[in-house]
Design a protein around this ligand. Structure first.
Ligand code: GAR
Length: 207
């Protein structure tokens, strides 16, 4: 059975959605870069191994990345899933896990890479927003798209209401993408992800 290491920085609701999805694989460990990441408590309560690699303890990104890689490799997982992991990873780290490193980002990439996506979507006046699960490449918040969820931006939305609408869909599409990976159904052709046997790579959620 394949196994997954999940990386978090905080609340961990996406991690929780993966744990509770009854995936065809084992959650080998949850690793956080902050000792106070709330999601750690949930993981411990579920009997999942946890590790903290505190980025503040390392002088350089390379040193942090090396320690993070060592923590991941202790659990010999086939997949590393970033779930609200808020540290930028160096190119060497990303290459080491290339093809088996997934991320969920709270926007319809390639729109709004980086931080504060909901505020920026509102400021831009877009009418559709959403979330993306993608393979991680060295360029931040780029990389082959596995699945996206689109939600409407409604009159009267603020960053919190919009974030909550997007987050509900994140919890739908991330378990779906991880399931496809664990089933060995994802292939990348010229930067585009295909799902063997078909599968909905787009969710469109009404309000
Ligand atoms: C989620 O919305 C996730 O998409 C986002 O942080 C939130 C974490 O929530 N990730 C990023 O912004 C990555 N750049 P969670 O801890 O409850 O899963």
């Amino acid at each position: 059975m394949k196994s997954v290491v999940i990386l978090i920085s905080g609340r961990g609701s996406n991690m929780r959605s993966l744990v509770e999805a009854a995936l065809p694989g084992r959650i080998a460990a949850v690793v956080a870069n902050r000792p106070d990441a709330q999601g750690l408590e949930y993981a411990r309560g579920r009997g999942i191994a946890t590790e903290v690699v505190d980025h503040k303890a390392f002088a350089t990104r390379d040193a942090f990345d090396a320690a993070l890689g060592a923590a991941i490799d202790r659990h010999s997982a086939q997949l590393v899933a970033l779930a609200g992991f808020m540290r930028v990873l160096g190119a060497a780290f990303v290459r080491r896990y290339e093809g088996r490193l997934l991320n969920i980002h709270p926007s319809l990439l390639p729109a709004f890479p980086g931080l504060h996506t909901h505020e920026r979507a509102l400021a831009a006046g877009v009418k559709i927003h959403g979330a993306t699960v993608h393979f991680v490449t060295p360029e931040l918040d780029h990389g082959p798209i596995v699945v996206q969820a689109a939600v409407p931006v409604l009159a009267g939305d603020d960053a919190e209401t919009l974030a909550a609408r997007v987050l509900r869909q994140e919890h739908v599409i991330y378990p779906r993408a991880v399931r496809w990976f664990l089933e060995g159904r994802l292939a990348i052709e010229n930067g585009v992800v295909r799902v063997a046997g078909g599968g909905a790579q787009l969710e469109f959620a009404a309000a």
